[in-house]
Design a binder for this molecule. Sequence first.
Ligand SMILES: N[C@@H](CCC(=O)N[C@@H](CS)C(=O)NCC(=O)O)C(=O)O
Length: 222
Amino acid sequence: MFTVYHLNVSQSERIIWLLEELELPYELRVYQRDPVTQFAPTELRRVHPLGSAPVLRDGEIVMAESGAIVEYVLARYGNGRLVVPVRSPQYPDYLYWFHYANASLMAQIGVNWIAAMVAGPNSDSPLLPTLRERLERHLEMVEDHLSRAAYFAGTEFTAADIMMHFPFGTMKAFYNVGLDNRPFIKAWLARISARPGYQRAMKAAGHERDPALDWGATRSAF
Ligand SMILES: N[C@@H](CCC(=O)N[C@@H](CS)C(=O)NCC(=O)O)C(=O)O
């Protein structure tokens, strides 16, 4: 059985969600963020040297990095579920969005979030509008894609959707990317929210309400 080391309000909910979708049993170990810094407690460093979440234990194997964990679970236990076959025309989209979620989108959101915190609310730094414009380019690209596809890899829900959810869903608790003018991203979030596996996972992850709803940034650190 897997053990999922979960930090509240974090990307580790991707792993809970994946296991719920696959109906694979797991034990959950829950850690709470420091209420001021929002960092993980030091106990998590006993599980993995970086001390951040998620971490998955599968017997002797201990893995961090949500994308790597998702790929590992799907390759070993997925039996073809939630992935796109390599020869499928949808495979490049599947691969792109799966990796884009953390490698580019989360990276951009993270920079904007930290810059906004460091600059403060009254800053007139020209950096902030520049970063906003960069983030808008991402939102425009995602919106355009979802205007032509129900899910990131086409007509079927896949692990690429699991990877893409956090930046538009739970990340809002820290930094709201702003989806007011993005009807296709919001429609995709609504489709995701209707999934029983998602609902079970968000409950297990400790959410009292659906994190895909617009709840505004409530957890800005420092
Ligand atoms: N790219 C990593 C990010 C890991 C990460 O930064 N996790 C955050 C939660 S979303 C964390 O543990 N933050 C608390 C800390 O680093 O102290 C992944 O996808 O697993």
